[in-house]
Design a protein around this ligand. Sequence first.
Ligand code: SAM
Length: 184
Amino acid sequence: MFLFEYIKNPRSVGAVLPSSKYLAAAMINAIDFENTNCIVEYGPGTGAFTEKILARVHPSTIVILIEQNPTFYKELQQLYGHKPNVVVINDSAERIKDILFEHSITKIDYIVSGLPFASLPKAVSDEILTRTSEVVGNHGTFITFQYSLLKEKYLHSFFQEGTRKKVLCNFPPAYVLTYKGGNE
Ligand SMILES: C[S@@+](CC[C@H](N)C(=O)[O-])C[C@H]1O[C@@H](n2cnc3c(N)ncnc32)[C@H](O)[C@@H]1O
């Protein structure tokens, strides 16, 4: 399914395979699951990170999955839509502020992103990262991954602090980039 969706939408799917369990583990490593009210995931695809998040998350933590691709959305809805603390949304991460407003969520703790910033149109990335920086504010954390460091400076420009970790056990190997300090 993933490869087929990549062939149909290469720029927005951005990868030929789902992320490995090693990359998924590194993506959620910084999350303090005991003290989290709301986690948002951008671009969950077939659920590589979602699976790990939901295995650890407290039942009272709200998890919002924002997936633009209708095929992935349907699959996610089937897999996780029945869970009382999970909201699956077929929309673009560009609308994060409206989505939070529509669900009466005023504060998020973590945004975990699978979005392919290297291949998305710059205007789309700019909009997503500007809105993300606003909702992350001083309190939240934005976690994303990239296959190269070409966009690292660009991503960092939306936040005050950033760290990176390389994950070799993924095809291709990837960097997990973690940012704090957005512009409220
Ligand atoms: C590289 S795949 C990552 C999938 C999954 N997180 C993983 O790591 O295996 C990128 C995902 O982002 C989704 N996507 C792309 N642009 C999006 C947008 N603007 N809003 C929400 N999802 C988007 C794609 O449909 C795809 O599912």
